[in-house]
Design a protein around this ligand. Structure first.
Ligand SMILES: [Zn+2]
Ligand SMILES: [Zn+2]
Ligand SMILES: [Zn+2]
Ligand SMILES: [Zn+2]
Ligand SMILES: [Zn+2]
Ligand SMILES: [Zn+2]
Length: 421
């Protein structure tokens, strides 16, 4: 309810002067202010609305703005009521017209145009005269009972804006069809008939025609047009939202694919590096195992040679010793040579000891998704050796291993012994 009263107050009072709206005009935002207040707001033929800041151009001045009919009617009503009130108080409800003739009689009506309280006789006289026939007559009793004074056909004739003839000062209650202009009764009677018989009629008679013209204009306002345009923009809004959704989905999908592909690359490298390390470890342990088995074999051979020599010392004579001494010496030399060869091979055994691993530098300018770099130990001062190089070298060591070792023939002692026995 507070809202309603506030709205009503806005329609009655001017937001600039806070007083009652006087000669109120609408800006294009349909906020209404007094003409005088708006005139103070004009800057470069423009008015910025004191309430909502929307700018209205006024190239033809404040007067050309739409008048606030509601406010004007309220002001007119208040003015007329105040005037009638004063007249009744001043004259004690006497007919002003008859008083001028020295007759005192009771006035039951008020003529708005003559601004005079008049008796029933004078009301009849008003109706007889063409000049006064259109005057607005208000019953005093009606007025005192609060019936609004600006209602009825009289008002329709004078108009809410109460425009008056600039020449005669009378309300424009007639209409000249050829001029398409409202005119005052005097102009209609005296001026226009001179101009090629201009026909003037009561303004009320052309109401239908002029209202039709205005309705014709209003019909050009098509609310559906606004809706259609608004809908096309709403569609744009929706399209844009759909497009955003579509693009986001594409971006997310691409990012997921990219992550998956990078992950797959890294994973492949991880698996590859693990496989290489396993490979190197396998090869090196196989080599160490081969060396160990060689050492075991040589030790076994040495033990057997020792056993053979001990048996010879126990059972043989110097002639026997001389017969085998050279071969035993050859055996010992051979065992030593083989031992040397085995242990010198050992220096070439690939173990993971010298390998280094450098993790991928995420901050590097030429970063590529990966795990890191596995580097083989530096060999024979040739600088860094690639993993591929290690594999090559391994192949070459395999080749050397296949070379046959010299094998000298040793007479079987057990056989010799059996021969001797
Ligand atoms: Zn004002
Ligand atoms: Zn406004
Ligand atoms: Zn009158
Ligand atoms: Zn009278
Ligand atoms: Zn005319
Ligand atoms: Zn006139």
């Amino acid at each position: 309810m507070a809202d309603v009263s506030e709205k009503e107050r806005d329609e009655v009072n001017c937001a600039v002067c806070m007083d009652k709206l006087t000669n109120a005009k609408y800006l294009k935002c349909f906020h209404s202010f007094c003409t005088r207040c708006l005139e103070h707001c004009v800057r470069n033929l423009k008015v910025s609305c004191p309430l909502c800041r929307e700018v209205t151009s006024v190239p033809r001045g404040i007067d050309s703005l739409l008048p606030n009919l509601k406010a004007t009617r309220r002001v007119n009503e208040a003015k007329v009521r105040a005037r009638i009130e004063t007249k009744i108080q001043d004259s004690g409800c006497q007919c002003g017209s008859c008083k001028e003739l020295g007759v005192i009689c009771l006035a039951k009506s008020y003529c708005v145009d003559c601004e005079m309280l008049i008796c029933d006789t004078c009301v009849k006289a008003h109706e007889l005269l063409k000049m006064t026939r259109s005057h607005r007559i208000i019953g005093v009793l009606d007025f005192q009972n609060g019936v609004p004074v600006d209602e009825g056909d009289d008002v329709r004739e004078v108009g809410v804006l109460e425009r008056r003839c600039e020449k005669h000062g009378s309300p424009l209650t007639k209409f000249c069809r050829p001029c398409h202009q409202p005119v005052c009764p005097q102009c209609a009677l005296e001026e226009h008939p001179k101009l090629n018989d201009h026909e003037c009629v009561s303004i009320v008679d052309v109401e239908g025609k002029l209202a039709g013209e205005l309705k014709q204009l209003l019909s050009k306002i098509d609310p559906n047009h606004f809706d259609r345009v608004a809908n096309s923009y709403k569609q744009r809004l929706k399209n844009s939202a759909d497009k955003a959704q579509e693009l986001k989905a594409k971006i997310n999908e691409s990012a997921q694919n990219e992550v998956a592909s990078i992950y797959a690359k890294i994973e492949a490298k991880r698996v590859d590096l693990n496989a290489r390390i396993l490979d190197i470890e396998k090869v090196s342990s196989r080599k160490v195992a081969a060396v160990l088995s060689g050492i075991r074999r040589l030790r076994c051979r040495a033990e057997k040679l020792e056993g053979y020599a001990n048996e010879l010392l126990k059972t043989g004579n110097p002639s026997d010793i001389l017969a085998v001494k050279e071969t035993v010496t050859e055996h010992l030399k051979d065992i030593r040579a083989e031992m040397r060869k085995l242990t010198s091979d050992d220096s070439e055994v690939d173990d993971l000891d010298g390998y280094t691993f450098t993790p991928t530098d995420w901050m590097s300018a030429n970063y590529e998704p990966g795990v890191g770099r596995l580097e083989a130990p530096t060999l024979r001062g040739q600088g860094e050796c690639s993993v591929a190089g290690v594999f090559k070298r391994r192949t070459s060591t395999r080749m050397t291993r296949t070379t046959q070792r010299p094998q000298s023939a040793l007479p079987r002692l057990s056989n010799t012994r059996s021969l001797i026995n």
